[in-house]
Design a protein around this ligand. Structure first.
Ligand code: AMP
Ligand code: GLY
Length: 422
């Protein structure tokens, strides 16, 4: 089987690495890929927002199956275009991808299906949003409705901060994504993520994971795409998972099916475990990055067979197996990320790091004159397995010490919440 993975981050390297182990695979392509994916697949330079160009590659290389990684590509409906060309695809439809593409859409589904989530208001003008804020108190959360490259959420500690966020949104800070604003209640608790594969009829739960969104140790500093992750997340106990399945997952999948928008692909639940039980913070309609890296590190089943079963509506015939071990990944980012940072710096010591028995997934890297150089904000994901979070943590950081890149930085405390639980 000839497979194409769309994307260029650590998530896509992890997917390509997992797919590459399948005996069903004959050729693997990644568009556009990075220096890491080039080790397990053929990279194809391509503008993935140009769906005609993607379809051209599919025809030229006789691709049988496409796996779409990034949120923007899924929300733009690349899955629909690939399927319209008669090719199987792991990605929800554009309609179902509204679960990530529009926060107000998700809130409507939550209202209809009585799904526990933060109380909210949804507004199409600055005036109405500001008037609503007058009736609320801080802390409060202001969100651009659409995709805003992870930057559309403001957790405001004062009403003045919330008002500024509302004005920024309607002034065009996030383009069309900010033409509508959702204002919601601040939820207190511990965050966790859960992943569900769904084929339109059946679904299977994948393990939980937890990422670290803040740039600095102690969960301080600016929000990022994720500075590290581990799986499983001990906060997601079996009882809690069962509650989430009953109160959130099943009602959502049923509501989407009833609307004629059956969800297929991977549904990524961002949850807050509050004193009143689990509440939905948000949906994403693709694997998390770096959560995917820890899930793929633990996956023991054939990844190609599993993702294909989703695309072909055969999920009831497969049971994915995951290692009982904990996987933990540490993101090495370019100094300055999530703000301005340099690119093109040579990175050494990757083989020595992997010789410690870890997997180094690449994110923003490319090859230049034979060397791996930095090419993005998040650059490497050092991924280790261990019997406990503490062991996986120790292994990842031991391997990391071999990486020679003065321009990089990482958090030193990935997994701290789970480790402090003992
Ligand atoms: P997002 O960009 O939607 O992933 O949101 C970024 C982060 O904002 C989440 O991971 C949470 O930490 C935080 N957040 C979003 N909504 C809420 C909320 N209602 N209450 C508290 N924190 C929130
Ligand atoms: N790590 C969070 C995300 O992929 O959205």
């Amino acid at each position: 089987m000839r497979v194409l993975v769309i994307g260029s981050g650590g998530r896509e390297h992890a997917l390509a690495w997992a797919l590459n182990k399948s005996p069903m695979l004959t050729r693997l392509f990644v568009a556009p890929g990075n220096a890491g994916t080039a080790e397990v697949a053929e990279n194809v330079a391509l503008d993935i927002t140009d769906h005609e160009a993607v379809l051209g590659l599919i025809r030229r290389e006789n691709i049988d199956f496409v796996v779409v990684g990034p949120d923007a590509a899924v929300v733009a409906g690349l899955g629909d275009d690939v399927r319209a060309a008669g090719v199987r695809c792991f990605a929800p439809s554009k309609a179902a991808a509204q679960l990530e593409g529009s926060k107000s859409f998700t809130k409507t589904i939550c209202d209809e299906a009585h799904i526990p989530t933060a109380a909210y208001g949804s507004f199409d003008s600055a005036e109405s949003a500001l008037a609503y804020l007058q009736t609320r108190s801080a802390p409060i959360v202001v969100k651009a409705d659409g995709l805003a490259a992870g930057k559309g959420v403001t957790v405001a500690m004062t009403l003045a901060e919330a008002e500024a966020a509302v004005r920024d949104c309607f002034a065009g800070a996030f383009g069309a994504a900010g033409a509508r604003v959702v204002i919601e209640e601040f939820l207190e608790g511990e965050e966790a993520s859960l992943f569900v594969l769904a084929d339109g009829e059946s679904y299977v739960l994948l393990p939980s994971a937890q990422d670290h969104k803040r740039a600095h140790d102690g969960d301080l500093g600016p929000n990022t795409g994720g500075m590290g992750a581990y799986s499983p997340a001990p906060v997601m106990t079996e009882a809690l998972t069962a509650e989430v399945e009953r109160q959130i997952i099943r009602p959502t999948l049923d509501a989407m099916r009833n609307r004629g928008m059956a969800f297929t692909g991977v549904l990524f639940l961002g949850l807050m475990v509050t004193r009143d039980g689990p509440k939905l913070i948000e949906y994403n309609v693709r694997f998390g990055d770096p959560e995917c890296q820890v899930l793929m590190a633990r996956l023991q089943s054939d990844a190609l067979e599993l993702l294909l079963a989703v695309a072909e509506g055969r999920l009831n015939s497969v049971t994915p197996k995951f290692s009982a071990e904990t996987a933990l990944t540490v993101v090495v980012a370019a100094r300055g990320y999530p703000g301005a940072f340099s690119k093109g710096e040579v990175i050494g010591g990757l083989d020595a790091a992997e010789a410690e028995g870890v997997k180094v997934f690449h994110a923003g890297t490319r090859r230049e004159n034979g060397a791996v150089v930095s090419a993005g904000g998040r650059v490497l994901n050092v991924t280790a397995l261990g019997a406990t979070v503490a062991e996986a943590h120790a292994r990842a950081y031991r391997a990391l010490s071999h990486i020679d890149w003065p321009g990089g930085y990482c958090r030193r405390d990935i997994g701290w919440r789970a480790i402090s639980r003992g």
